[in-house]
Design a protein around this ligand. Structure first.
Ligand code: NAP
Ligand code: COA
Length: 265
């Protein structure tokens, strides 16, 4: 049962990269359940089609699967055009497509670094740029970039993803500065550790779960719904004056620093 009114996104069309799985599938589900129509993007056409069918069945709203690799601007443009053909407009863009893996910088190849930068940072720009030309510039809209907190301090074995997400935060603020006058609201969400996601499976082995959860001030990992609620808020008119913000949804996970050395009682 949602805490939001179920029509807060009525009449809106959202384009969600990474919407076929994990956090962004949860965001798509929430958008559909609150009145939007959605297009979801990923490389794996079969998984994407399955996700769209599942979400349509669950919410009784239209969800279009548009396979594309966000690294290729031409494929991104084709995916946006297919969305416009189907729904006539795009009001909300969520840039969630990303790649990550654990690797010490000393072992990371040129191409390993490039690959993560291309998916996360360039992919975010390709989608945002092409959506700008396909309606955002003339009609306004909302962009939500999915970032992380990796780069607030430094995260072991994730130099590549930290650099990519730091660039996304910079892009978020600069686009907010330049595009606010066109009524394009640009924000980001920085999730912390979110349970039952590919990100956590790859980056935090299951045997570390108890220890890691204890380190989160709220004492638990987040849920996909926690992030989806933040996205719903940012996409809705409730956030009409929220602009250029990176909205951290992490249960306080990035805060502790050296706090472990002190007694908090
Ligand atoms: P996920 O399920 O693996 O989501 C990543 C999505 O991106 C997948 O649907 C994947 O689909 C798509 N994708 C990857 N490369 C792509 C490409 N080149 N072109 C188009 N789509 C591509 O992982 P998640 O854990 O839910 O992460 C979702 C987002 O949250 C990411 O931006 C991640 O950095 C961020 N985040 C997650 C956590 C966490 O705890 N999970 C924490 C902080 C931030 P295909 O494989 O089909 O392409
Ligand atoms: N450690 C070190 N390097 C790695 C790696 C790992 N675990 N996984 C991939 N790489 C390197 C590869 O070796 C390659 O570099 P090389 O050509 O110098 O050998 C480069 O990264 C590209 O790998 P490739 O498998 O060709 O990339 P891809 O485009 O098929 O897939 C990834 C992109 C690597 C990011 C893949 O993990 C992916 O598709 N991820 C999406 C899902 C995801 O990461 N979800 C979590 C989001 S937080």
């Amino acid at each position: 049962m949602s805490v939001f009114r179920d029509d807060i996104l009525a009449g809106k069309v959202a384009f969600v990269t990474g919407g076929g799985s994990g956090i962004c599938k949860g965001i798509t589900r929430a958008f559909l359940a609150h009145g939007a129509e959605c297009a979801i993007v990923g490389r794996k056409a079969d998984r994407l089609a399955e996700a769209a069918a599942e979400l349509e069945k669950e919410t009784a709203r239209a969800c279009l699967a548009v396979p594309a690799d966000v690294r290729d601007p031409k494929l991104v443009e084709a995916a946006l055009d297919a969305t416009l053909d189907r729904f006539g407009k795009i009001d909300i863009v969520v840039n969630g497509a990303a790649g990550n893996f654990l690797c010490p910088a000393a072992a990371l190849s040129y191409n390993g670094f490039r690959t993560v930068m291309e998916i996360d940072t360039l992919g975010t720009w390709h989608v945002t740029r092409a959506a700008f030309e396909r309606g955002l510039r003339d009609r306004g809209g909302v962009v939500i970039n999915i970032s992380a907190t990796l780069h607030y301090a430094a995260t072991p074995l994730q130099m590549h993803a930290s650099a990519a997400k730091a660039a996304i935060d910079a892009m978020t603020r600069n686009l907010a500065l330049e595009w606010g006058s066109m009524n394009i609201r640009v924000n980001a969400i920085a999730p912390g550790p979110i349970d039952d996601t590919e990100g956590m499976t790859r980056l935090a082995p299951k045997d570390m779960k108890d220890k890691l959860e204890k380190a989160v001030p709220l004492g638990r990992f987040g849920t996909v719904e926690d992030v989806a609620n933040a996205a719903l808020f940012l996409a809705s008119d409730a956030a009409s004056y929220v602009h250029g913000e990176v909205f951290v949804v992490d249960g306080g996970a990035w805060l502790p620093g050296m706090a472990g050395a002190f007694s908090m009682g």
